[in-house]
Structures are given as C-alpha cells and as structure tokens.
Design a protein around this ligand. Structure first.
Ligand code: PLP
Length: 445
C-alpha cells in the first residue's frame, strides 16, 4: 500500500522516507525532517464532511478513550494500525474565556487554550501519544528498538515516561541536574523510567542524547524527531474547532526548542489546505528574556541563529539557548506574518498573577506568553479589538514553587505587586469577623 504520510527533508522535499524508518535528519543534507501528508487523498473528503466527522469523533472512543489527537488520525498518522495506538485521553482541553480575563488584559476577546490540562500536565502528551504509538508499531514489526530516550527540561520526560510505561517500553531520561521542578522530576521517577541527572544544562543533555540515539536500538523522543510534532499539530485545529471554525486574529505561544510553534503552524496550514478555514491567523512566539535566541534572531530579520547560554528563569521548560527546531520556527513565522517577543522575570510573574485573578492558575510559561501579549498591545502590534488565543503549555500545579515564591515575594528579580498572603487570625468569631470586615472595606474601594 502507498504511504499516506512520510518523512521528507525540510529543504529537499523530493526525497521521501518511511515513517517506519529510524531517522531524525535527512541522510542526504543532514537537515531536519518533516512529516508530510497526501493532501490530494485527504481532499477527496469535503471540508464539511471533515467537520462533521470530527464532531462525531468527539464522542467516539479509541481503546476506551476520547482523544483529541486520534480523533484526527487521518491527518496525523494515517497508516498506523489502530491496535498500536497508545492513548491516555489526551487533547480536547478547555479553551478558557471570561469577561474578567478580557478586562484584566484589556483585550476584547482573549482565550487561553489549557493544553496543560492533560494526563502528565503539559501539551507534550499530544506529541508523545503519537511517537510512542509509532514505536509500539515498529517494535511489533520486528524493529530492534529496546528503549526510547529524551533530553528534557521536565515536561517531555514526564510525558515520555508515562506513555512508555503505558506501552511497556523502557524509557531513558536525561535531565539537567537541579534545573527542573520537583513535580516534573518525580513523574518519570514514579513511572519507573531510567532517570539520569546530568551536571549540565538542557542543551548539554540534548547533545548527549543525540549521540546516544545514534544506534537504532534507542529511539529519540525529542521534537527533533518530527513524529512528535504530528500530535502537537492538533492543538490549533482543536482551538479553531472550539471556536466553531472561526480563526482568531492571533495565537501567542511560548517557545523554547521551537517544535511546538511549527506544530501549531502545520495544523493550521492543513486546515487551510483542506478548505476548513479560509484565512490564517498571525502567530507571536514568546520567549523568556533569559533564554531568547529566537527573539535576538527576529531583531535581525531571522538572518541567523546565534545560540545563547540560557540563564536562570522561572520559565524553566523554555530555558534553551540552542533551539533544535529553529529553522522550522522561522519558516512558520514567515508563513504566518509572525513576530517574537520576550519577557523579563518580573513581567512574566506579574502577567501570570494577573491572569490568575480570573480563575486561571498559570504556569510561568503561560506567564511569558501573557506578558508578551501585553508588550505587543503596548507597541500596537496587537490591537485591543482583535481576538487572541494564548496557548497555555503546562499545568500551574507543576509549578507551585513559582506561585508560592510570588505570593511570598521571594522570587529573584521580582517585586510582587499582586501579592496575596493568608491572614493569620485567632480562632474566635470576633477575630474572624474583624478580618472579614476589613477585607470587605477593601473590596468596596
Ligand atoms: C516544552 C515546553 C515548551 C516549549 O515548547 P518547544 O516546542 O520546546 O518550543 C513551553 N512550555 C512548556 C511548559 C513546555 O513543557
């Protein structure tokens, strides 16, 4: 049977490789690979038929789960035998919206896609369900894969460990020692992965995992492997579906290794190519000032990438100085008339605390995206009447040190302006009443 999806080189798309091959870069040019699909075949179904199929799939189970990724299987991994799907019900996350959030951010229509409301607490589940399913299928075909490995700033390892454990495949995790949150570290430990804490940063771990996975026996699960991105592609598709097939004016997305922004772009391009939407949004990538190589490159019209040594930031999952998927991100930003912004520690912390007042519980990376939104409003790149979707990449519950630090005003480089401390009162009705009355006086002001 002819393949309905394949790997191709990002700069030499005429050479195709099977998704069942263990390759991460083009054997001819050494450049990154991308997954491409037989769009002519997909066009045999009309846009309206795809929409109604996706609507039906929102209540259709795969191995007992409803999955936002596998509901789009034909667009993601069409040739995978369904029996090899490894799913934990990823995707279909909420698109948060509230009048209060709009007011707090002075934006007419601001929505937050909560892709961190997921099994392991980040959007990485969207990618890992696809990658681990593909590995399971390759093992079933007799490929000698003995383990799956990744370098991680925390969330990739949590997702890989969980999905690999679910599929009964050993996982190897390389982490920068002391640079990720306790919650992120304990997830792969609990799932029984081999966790190696290395005395280096993420970029150092990435270098070693590339060498480690040079043997086909250890499969690479980082987003440098473009199979990962195929699942993450569904996030933008899902947002548009949740908006009743309307396209927002802007997406704002935090970026580190820069796989996710190109995934977002790929999903939206596919929607347009297949006629489900007829315009494209603009995309803004948000970086922490302490790890801002894409921002610096943007200032020079993406002339070239100059890697930086990423500094300490609360947004630890995007603390990356030498992003592997830089060429893909630049391509996406050019296609979507994109921009790049950066946020300081103070800016990301305040934006996150402000959004929390609407009922959200923002992780620091979502804080980076919201802070960059504020800066793009200030320089009039984003107008107040435009519709904006912020991609929230992780669950705030993974980052309670950040939240606690903010409300105790102990975060470095941050003077917490919206601090809210528990009030200690004696256990008597009078004392409680006095405390409540003084708060009510404050609310009236
Ligand atoms: C991985 C991650 C990112 C960055 O995604 P990239 O594809 O590396 O740009 C952002 N936020 C969180 C919480 C992440 O885990």
């Amino acid at each position: 049977m002819k393949a309905r999806a394949w790997f191709e080189s990002i700069d030499k798309p005429d050479s195709r490789y099977s998704l069942d091959e263990v390759i991460y870069t083009c054997p001819k040019t050494g450049s990154l690979l991308q997954v491409n699909h037989d769009l002519e075949l997909l066009k045999q179904k009309s846009a309206e038929d795809w929409k109604s199929l996706f609507k039906k799939r929102a209540t259709t189970q795969v191995h007992g789960q409803i999955s936002g990724v596998w509901s789009k299987k034909e667009w993601v991994l069409p040739d995978l035998p369904e029996e090899h799907i490894v799913t934990m019900g990823e995707g279909y996350s909420a698109l948060f919206q509230s009048e209060r959030l709009n007011r707090l951010f002075k934006q007419a229509d601001l929505r937050v896609k909560l892709s961190g409301n997921s099994h392991t607490g980040s959007f990485k589940d969207l990618g890992m369900t696809v990658l681990v399913s593909q590995v399971k299928s390759m093992i079933a075909q007799g490929k000698p894969i003995h383990a799956v490995a990744c370098a991680s700033t925390g969330d990739t390892s949590a997702a890989l460990a969980a999905y690999a454990a679910h599929a009964d495949i050993p996982a190897i995790i390389l982490l920068p020692a002391g640079k990720i949150s306790i919650a992120q570290l304990i997830q792969p430990v609990a799932n029984g992965a081999t966790v190696l804490a290395l005395d280096t940063d993420f970029d150092g771990c990435m270098k070693i995992v590339k060498q480690l996975t040079a043997t086909p026996e250890i499969y690479l699960a980082n987003s440098m492997n473009s199979l990962r991105i195929e699942g993450q592609k569904t996030v933008g598709i899902e947002v548009v579906e949740q908006m009743n097939w309307e396209v927002p004016d802007w997406f704002v997305i935090p970026g580190g290794n820069l796989g996710n922004v190109s995934a977002l772009g790929n999903g939206l391009l596919m929607l347009k190519a297949l006629g489900l939407i007829n315009k494209l949004p603009r995309i803004a990538v948000a970086q922490a000032q302490k790890a801002n190589p894409l921002y610096l490159s943007f200032l020079n019209e993406f002339d070239k990438l100059t890697p930086v040594t990423a500094g300490e930031t609360q947004a630890s999952a995007i603390r990356i100085g030498d992003p592997v998927s830089y060429p893909k991100a630049v391509k996406t930003l050019r296609e979507f008339n994109g921009v790049v912004g950066q946020a300081t520690e103070a800016e990301l912390s305040e934006a996150s605390a402000l959004a929390d007042l609407s009922g959200l519980f923002c992780d620091p990376h979502t804080g980076v995206a919201l802070a960059v939104l504020q800066k793009l409003q200030a320089d009039k790149t984003i107008r107040p009447d435009e519709s904006v979707v912020v991609i929230s990449t992780a669950n705030g519950l993974k980052f309670t040190d950040f939240k606690t630090g903010y409300h105790r005003n102990t975060l470095p480089e941050v003077e917490a302006k919206q601090m809210n401390r528990p009030v200690e009162v004696k256990a008597t009705l009078e004392a409680v009443k006095a405390a409540v009355m003084s708060k009510i006086e404050e609310f009236k002001k």
